[in-house]
Design a protein around this ligand. Structure first.
Ligand SMILES: NC(=O)c1ccc[n+]([C@@H]2O[C@H](COP(=O)([O-])OP(=O)(O)OC[C@H]3O[C@@H](n4cnc5c(N)ncnc54)[C@H](OP(=O)(O)O)[C@@H]3O)[C@@H](O)[C@H]2O)c1
Length: 312
């Protein structure tokens, strides 16, 4: 497999978003030129090596998109709805935007398209089921998120009511653990867990990420790699160390209860996922693969959800 030259022109869709902003910082620090594509790409800030290019993915035609991508060597999609809040977590327009992106990537002859999707498409070991379809996924996911103050802060900052509900759930569980829980705390825990098991508010959107993988799998008509961040993806330190897994969700420890997922989900910081993506851009090893990266998240220091050119 070929290795690209060291310094490249990398287009990032969503340069000021969560994953996209950390990726811009990592790429620019490592000497690449970044073209940031989104409706407000200037929100990333100004610095040498960064060029904003305004683009609305929903309004643009496939031909328009190919034109926006004309001089880009590697294109990374960090497109997502989170900056518009909890009500934007929908199946559409995500799936439709991904379809258009792929057609435009082919038209523009992009050398490598790195698509950042979600953990929901990772397969549960020992099954043929993706995480988003596993009956206990959302329960295990929210329960483990609630263990981390920094994860809850990140959810509060980005997703208003989803983050607020998670904070109340965390507080009630901390009270329960210390033997201080009131009847109201215990009721809150029961109601919260019942609700996420029935219909987690993010499930429709997470299933859109899982469905998008089908546009890629088995398709060798363009050069792609599909990255699913491991489930507990959040702001955090840059350790520079990570582990790659293909298709399956990496789980930690051994299964203790009846559920394979409970307490065993892994994660990665946005800074470390950016390291893994830039490593792949500089030396591609995962072409035509669906993969994830996980890393040590034991440091629960609160980091910002979005970084800017000032952080380079
Ligand atoms: N645990 C997990 O598996 C996990 C967790 C989080 C994210 N993810 C995935 O990572 C990917 C990126 O998500 P993210 O949370 O990092 O990003 P994000 O914060 O949701 O934002 C990405 C950017 O997308 C841009 N955007 C939205 N609509 C657009 C449009 N119509 N035209 C042009 N740009 C548009 C926005 O920029 P403008 O406002 O400037 O247009 C925004 O800054 C998604 O696929 C998401 O599902 C996975």
């Amino acid at each position: 497999m070929s290795t690209f030259k060291k310094s490249q022109i990398v287009g990032i869709i969503g340069p000021a978003g969560f994953g996209g902003s950390y990726l811009c910082v990592e790429l620019i620090r490592r000497g690449h030129s970044v073209i940031g594509l989104s409706r407000n790409p200037e929100s990333f800030g100004t610095c040498p090596g960064y060029t904003p290019r305004k683009l609305d993915l929903e309004a643009a035609s496939i031909g328009d998109l190919a034109n926006y991508f004309r001089d880009i060597e590697v294109l990374v999609s960090q497109y997502g709805p989170h900056t518009q809040g909890a009500d934007a977590l929908r199946y559409m327009p995500y799936v439709e935007v991904v379809r258009k992106l792929i057609l435009a990537v082919k038209l523009a002859n992009i050398k490598y398209f790195v698509f950042v999707g979600g953990a929901g498409s990772l397969v549960v070991p020992g099954t043929h089921e993706s995480l988003s379809d596993h009956p206990n996924f959302f329960y295990a996911y929210r329960r483990q998120m609630a263990e981390s103050d920094s994860h809850v802060r990140y959810m509060e900052e980005r997703l208003g009511p989803i983050g607020d509900a998670l904070r109340s759930y965390r507080n009630a569980r901390l009270a329960e653990r210390s033997g201080q829980a009131t009847a109201a705390d215990l009721e809150l825990i029961r109601t919260y867990e019942d609700n996420i098991r029935k219909n987690d508010r993010a499930s429709e959107y997470i299933k859109a990420g899982r469905a998008s993988l089908l546009f890629f799998e088995g398709n060798t008509s363009f050069s792609w790699t599909f990255v699913s961040p491991s489930p507990l993806y959040r702001p955090g330190p840059r350790t520079g160390t990570y582990e790659i897994a293909i298709d399956y969700v990496p789980l930690k420890g051994v299964q203790e209860g009846e559920d394979i997922l409970d307490g065993r989900l892994t994660g990665i910081s946005a800074a470390d996922l950016a390291v893994a993506i830039v490593d792949e851009i500089e030396s591609p090893k995962l072409r035509h693969k669906h993969w994830t990266a996980s890393a040590d998240l034991s440091d629960d220091t609160v980091y910002p959800s979005y970084v800017t050119a000032k952080d380079i």
